[in-house]
Design a protein around this ligand. Structure first.
Ligand code: NAD
Length: 498
């Protein structure tokens, strides 16, 4: 017996709608390989309707006092908390993360809602009295208008929550286009925003692929685009949307290095690298995908790392009990790509310390599984060294000293994260000063920033000027107005004679 498909509606101007006639793409339960929903591929006309609805809602929302806009997100936060388990179950069902990983991602998302609740304090401007005689100057931070968010598959709740709460709290209206691979979590997040009292048209949800994205990037009424996804698409989004006069923040892919010094504390380093490389089945833009073992670090750390990796339980994540430590990857196609990349490493002369190609899950033979894989002796020219794998694969490279390790990390085209494990303050300082990446971890495997700090990818990991999250995001979602005022008054200066 096959289960009924889960509905996947869009939300336009406060109305839920199913797009029965639109072409659609299957949404899988990666744990079993079953199709659980059909995601409609919205047209440019649908995007236009959503943008028009957001534009119509903008004037009233922009005039709503900031404290009232913040109150929407206080209510939203409560609703998301109350529905926490339901959201996490949906994330694990359509994405394949373990429930613990879904909870972690949603906690990070909720922190972004909490940050948006503080918006009245972020929208303060500056003033300078007596800029000139009887002339005062002040800055106002005003919203932009319609903002769009385009999100990837790998954090179905967290990444949308990086965007729309703050954008809307700043007084903008919003159109979200989530990944067509994981649209169901976005539907839940939208339902709860409506329940929290979001006025019609302030938040709109469309589904789709390239056509919907390109319609957003070129629509004359869209003022700003927030994007998270792979680097080639991030670059396309940046180039297209800026050409059409929009602000853009576009986060791309990554290849993050973890340097292990000979003095690193072994158990903590092993636990951190295992999580960084294999957490979320490696489908994280902050995944630690290459460990650089400096000098004797390899002999001290690698045996324990291999042991910890072999012990990782892989399995289905679509039911609460039992839960594995690692779930499947997103699609059969992606699994095959990851398996091919592992084989390419072997063909090109690297050595597999653990081999995830043979993993079988007896109660879910149709699931999209890859076991945790450590590839030793990866050389810079190998395909595995060049491409973002986005799967549970850790490259290991051996280096004689920190200098060479930093040089290797700095040769990467990407610049999202980089970490060092050491007990030496001098080595840590040198690393943080010299390494070319935006988010640095010192004895931290996944130095992803929390809501109060910008998510500071560099180089091919980011296209734009103002990053997602934190004060940079407030700047991104607002425009400044500088008001200069002259009110000449007779007897000015008398006040000082009190
Ligand atoms: P993706 O680039 O394939 O898709 C992202 C979004 O872009 C989706 O909504 C998709 O529908 C749309 N899209 C895809 N191809 C398009 C095209 N040709 N034209 C227009 N739109 C298109 O990314 P993904 O596979 O969903 O996500 C994984 C990628 O995201 C990885 O590279 C990962 O590193 C990256 N990522 C980056 C960050 C970050 O903050 N830097 C965070 C999470 C994920």
């Amino acid at each position: 017996m096959t289960n009924a498909l889960i509905p996947c509606p869009v939300l336009v101007a406060g109305e839920w709608r199913t797009l029965a006639d639109a072409p659609a793409t299957p949404v899988y339960n990666p744990s079993t390989g079953e199709v659980i929903a059909e995601c409609p591929l919205g047209s440019a006309a649908l995007v236009d309707e959503a943008v028009q609805a957001a534009q119509a809602a903008f004037p009233a929302w922009a005039e709503t006092p900031a404290i009232e806009r913040a109150r929407l997100f206080f209510r939203y936060r409560e609703l998301v908390e109350r529905n926490f388990d339901r959201i996490c179950a949906t994330v694990s069902l359509e994405h394949g993360k373990t429930l613990a990983e879904s909870r972690g991602g949603l906690h990070r998302g909720i922190e972004n809602i909490e940050y948006a609740c503080g918006v009245p304090s972020f929208l303060f401007g500056d003033t300078l009295e007596n800029l000139a005689r009887a002339v005062d100057c002040e800055t106002l931070l005003q919203p932009l208008g319609v903002c769009a968010g385009i999100t990837p598959f790998n954090f179905p709740a967290m990444v949308p929550l990086w965007m729309f709460p703050l954008a809307i709290a700043c007084g903008n209206t919003f159109v979200l286009k989530p990944s067509e691979k994981v649209p169901l979590t976005a539907v839940l997040l939208a339902e709860l925003l409506v329940e929290a009292g979001c006025p019609k048209g302030v938040f709109n949800l469309v589904h789709g692929g390239n056509t919907a994205v390109d319609a957003l990037l070129t629509h004359p009424l869209v003022r700003a685009v927030s994007f998270v996804g792979s680097s080639p698409v991030a670059k396309h989004v940046y180039e297209t949307a800026t050409r059409h006069g929009k602000r853009v923040q576009a986060n791309g892919g990554a290849k993050n290095y973890i340097v292990v010094m000979p003095d690193a504390e072994v158990p903590k380093t092993v636990a951190a690298i295992t999580n960084a490389a294999f957490g979320c089945a490696g489908e994280r833009c902050m995944a630690g995908s290459t460990a650089i073992a400096v000098g004797s670090a390899a002999d001290r750390v690698l045996p324990a790392l291999v042991e910890a990796t072999r012990a990782l339980k892989v399995g289905r994540t679509d039911r609460p009990d039992p839960q594995p430590q690692m779930g499947p990857v997103i699609t059969a196609r992606h699994r095959d790509r990851v398996l091919d990349l592992i084989s390419s490493g072997e063909r090109q002369g690297a050595r597999l310390l653990t081999d995830g190609r043979t993993v079988r899950i007896p109660d879910a033979p149709g699931g999209f599984y890859v076991g945790a894989t450590i590839v030793d002796g990866v050389q810079p020219g190998m395909t595995l060294a060049q491409e973002e794998v986005f799967g549970p694969v850790l490259n290991v490279v051996h280096m004689d000293d920190l200098d060479r390790a930093i040089a290797l990390a700095n040769a990467s085209a990407y610049g999202n994260g980089a970490s060092i494990f050491t007990q030496s303050g001098a080595a840590a300082r040198e690393f943080k000063h010299r390494v070319k990446a935006g988010m640095i971890g010192i004895n931290i495997g996944v130095p992803a920033t929390m809501a109060m700090f910008p998510f500071t990818g560099w180089d091919s990991s980011f296209y734009g000027d103002l990053h997602i999250q934190g004060r940079e995001a407030v700047q991104f979602y607002t425009q400044q107005k500088v008001v200069t005022t002259r009110w000449p008054v007779e007897g000015a200066g008398d006040v000082w004679k009190k």
